[in-house]
Design a protein around this ligand. Structure first.
Ligand SMILES: [Cu+2]
Length: 164
């Protein structure tokens, strides 16, 4: 009986270490859920990701980089996961960091990366229909002043796995 118990413990331990190795592999070496760069209509879209929901919070945000071969503006974003989607920026309002909607959209200079990242420009997902879970993907449509309309499928990533 004593021997059997020891054997069981060893088995449990080895299953656990295999599971941990698998997670480590997934998050650092092979991200099956990472965004693959999209090149379409003179645009290069890369590093898109959305932050997974924190608790019951109804809002989250998405980030990514856009490079256009012409001057353009990102004027609108939308998704089926949230009631309202807005392009936001962070501003320093007398020492208090606030965020607000970017009026007129985000300017894209020809052949220069416009980077949306935590603490800077971002796509705000307001009134999520359900929590965003790490490992899921969500749809994101981007509308440009030039008339281009791009539909993306972007990964949902937990804060600790986000690359900035
Ligand atoms: Cu915001």
């Amino acid at each position: 009986m004593h021997k059997l118990f020891t054997g069981l413990c060893v088995t449990l331990l080895s299953i656990q270490s295999v599971a941990m190795d698998k997670d480590h592999y997934k998050s650092h070496h092979y991200r099956s859920n990472s965004f693959v760069t999209v090149e379409v209509e003179g645009l290069v879209l890369s590093n898109f990701q959305a932050r997974s929901s924190i608790g019951q919070m109804k809002n989250s945000s998405a980030y990514g980089e856009i490079q256009s071969n012409t001057t353009d503006r990102l004027i609108q974003a939308s998704s089926s996961v949230a009631a309202v989607v807005e392009v936001h920026e962070h501003i320093n309002d007398h020492g208090i960091i606030r965020m607000r909607k970017v009026e007129g959209g985000l300017a894209l200079e020809a052949n220069q990366s416009m980077i949306m990242k935590p603490g800077g420009y971002h796509i705000m997902l307001i009134s999520l229909h359900k929590p965003l879970k790490a490992g899921d993907t969500m749809d994101l449509s981007l509308k440009f002043e030039s008339g281009k309309l791009i539909g993306l499928s972007i990964p949902v990533v937990s804060v600790k796995n986000m690359h900035h």
